[in-house]
Design a protein around this ligand. Sequence first.
Ligand SMILES: [Fe+2]
Ligand SMILES: [Fe+2]
Length: 200
Amino acid sequence: MEAKSKTTLGLELPTDPRWTDIASMQIEDILVDHAYCEQKAASSCISLIMLYPEREKLLELLVPVVAEEWSHFERVVEQLKKRGFGLGRQRKDEYVARLNEVVRKGGSRNQQLVEKLLLNALIEARSCERFKLLHKHIADEELKKFYYELMVSEAGHYHNFIELAEEYMPKDYVKVRWNEFLEAEAAIMKSLTVRGDRMH
Ligand SMILES: [Fe+2]
Ligand SMILES: [Fe+2]
């Protein structure tokens, strides 16, 4: 499936520019929230592997992603430490909680898998967009480079999740469902308060 070109990776709604301004000034908060995004990305891939151990392609693509996401987590923790900040507790992730409501319950085992894969693809796409913004606007040279690298990595993960969705359900089905996810995500984004202490 070709990604639509409206914004990064087909997202319907670009990030509110106010987010970039305030997030770039709240480095500690953004790094703490970001660290947990990486932890959740790793955990989510582990869950998929545990739920679908018989799916060879899924294992092939996602086992390496667990290691990558965990190394991202380690590197964010390192950036916190370097700046004299601690990891701090996980914050409420309203974005992901709301996106979870978009996931359809029921259907076949493959349909359920595709719901999870598209949810992950969407979070990767939005993260990728936000990393790109941070890369462009953040003053700190080291973080600038770090976010560029992450942007590239998360774009790769997005493609993995879409490829897997198309492995387990027909392309046409995935396309329809993906567009529904994109639309729902845009509505969620629009309704959330713009906060500089959250990655999403
Ligand atoms: Fe990551
Ligand atoms: Fe990722």
